[in-house]
Design a protein around this ligand. Structure first.
Ligand SMILES: Cc1ncc(COP(=O)(O)O)c(C=O)c1O
Length: 449
């Protein structure tokens, strides 16, 4: 049983954490970005225990993955039961119930018009690989549009779509050809407090006014790939008109819409899919993070009329593994019964509380979000466009860690709040208190003469 959270009993990192981190440094790929030195022993709900006996309050959910919290007993039970019966057989060559049942359940849930079919992979990147392959296959068109600030994964195809940081691409060129990027709503040209009224149409006009007439014939574009709420790029919630415009342009030119709901899907935004907030109608949806509460699973869901590819054209040995599917079926049931509604209610509490913190601290320039996908931007107060402040954002995340609150950054200067969807009102309040303490400490250092 976790104690009242958080409970920090050593300096951070503690001695055991230090030892693990030293071992990691000599044998594990240095490409990973660890924001702070947390070495995890176990998790329960929104609680994380480190290897030195420190308990943390987790507002990262392993980067928006553990929807039902860490090691939810019913998910664990489903995993153990399924593992006792069948761990692997490969859905590419054989049939098994959990994969078929999950396809049926997801088909009934996705906001895609008409009947759909489901392809199973292991990750968000694989789901997006499947989606862009299918879009090319179905349309016979070679090109794809994606958005600046987006994150779609790191395999070569998904990386071609990704555009949140150039370090993710440095040294890996050439990527898959035929991908062009256009500004997302509230792009880099906008001031931080998001008051540019014309954003809805302006941002996408780059595609219609420049790319289409000059470099990218629209009839050659297979798909527009879009995060319905941009995640890695800064937890950016677009205005509804922006998505409506994307949909209108896609329909006009026979371009498919691929909604990457890898992060925003599975209840994260307080609805099962973020598209539902906007009355947005994708042709394909990709899903991964929240679906199996932490087991690897990535889905590409497409209209049945689109997912008509020949046997052998695409597959994955491990994708749709029976244990991951069993975890997903239980996750879905728990989301529908309790946690989807909890995400909505606690999300409102969190946003309300963060707006209160913003009213007391000028280094917070914006608070925004849907459900439990919430961001707070850290800025330099009194600068004309509220200049972004990545350094102080990082400092706040570090100070929060020292206090026992796990947060992550996203975008240039945003602190992201994406707790497990089981988070309680009390835990939201603890998070708000610790976050405000961290903000106050960083702000006082900054504003001191
Ligand atoms: C929106 C989105 N798409 C795709 C991915 C890639 O998922 P994975 O890391 O499982 O390949 C991520 C991961 O952060 C994501 O946030």
């Amino acid at each position: 049983m976790p104690p009242t959270l958080p409970r920090i009993v050593t300096s951070l990192p503690g001695p055991n954490a230090r030892a693990w981190i030293d071992r990691d440094a000599s044998r594990v790929s240095p490409s990973y970005t660890r924001a702070y030195p947390l070495v995890v022993e176990r998790g329960e709900g929104a609680a994380i225990l480190d290897v030195d006996g420190n308990w943390f309050l987790d507002f990262t959910a392993g980067i928006a993955v553990t929807a039902t919290g860490h090691s939810h007993p019913e998910v664990v039970k489903a995993i153990v039961e399924q593992a006792g019966k069948l761990i692997h057989m490969s859905g590419t060559d054989f049939y098994y119930g959990p994969q078929i049942r999950l396809a049926e359940e997801i088909a009934a849930l996705v906001p895609i018009e008409g009947p759909v079919k489901v392809f199973f992979g292991n990750s968000g990147a694989e789901a997006n690989e499947a989606a862009i392959k299918l879009a090319r296959y179905h349309t016979g068109r070679p090109r794809i549009l994606a958005f600046f600030g987006s994150f779609h994964g790191r395999t070569m195809g998904a990386l071609s779509l990704t555009s949140s940081r150039s370090v993710q691409k440095r040294g890996f060129f050439p990527l898959v050809p035929g991908v062009d990027h256009v500004p997302y709503a509230y792009c880099f040209r906008c001031p931080v407090n998001r008051r540019v009224e014309t954003c809805d149409v302006e941002c996408f006009s780059f595609a219609t006014d420049f790319l289409f007439p000059r470099t990218v014939p629209p009839e050659e574009v297979a798909a527009i790939v879009i995060e319905v709420v941009q995640g890695e790029g800064g937890y950016v919630v677009p205005p509804p008109k922006f998505l409506a415009r994307v949909e209108q342009v896609a329909r006009e030119h026979g371009i498919l819409i691929i909604a990457d709901e890898v992060q925003s899907g599975m209840g994260r935004t307080g609805k099962m899919f973020a598209s539902e907030h906007f009355d947005f109608h994708p042709d394909l949806i990709t899903i991964a993070k929240g679906i199996a509460s932490g087991l690897p699973l990535g889905l590409c869901v497409a209209k049945e009329s689109i997912m008509r590819w020949a046997p052998g054209s695409h597959a994955s040995t491990f994708g749709g593994n029976p244990v991951a599917c069993a975890a997903a079926l239980t996750t879905l049931r728990l989301l529908k019964d309790q946690y989807l509604e909890n995400a909505r209610v606690q999300g409102e509490r969190l946003v309300g509380g963060l707006k209160g913190v913003m009213s007391r601290h000028r280094i917070i320039g914006d608070v925004r979000g849907l459900g439990l996908m919430v961001g707070a931007e850290i800025v330099v107060p009194d600068t004309p466009d509220l200049r972004k402040d990545p350094k102080r954002r990082d400092a706040i995340v570090e100070k929060a860690f020292q206090r026992g609150l796990l947060l992550l950054g996203c975008g240039d200067n945003t602190v992201r709040f994406c707790p497990p969807l089981v988070v309680t009102a009390e835990e939201i309040d603890v998070c708000l208190r610790l976050f405000e303490e961290a903000v106050a400490e960083v702000e006082s250092g900054f504003l001191a003469p």
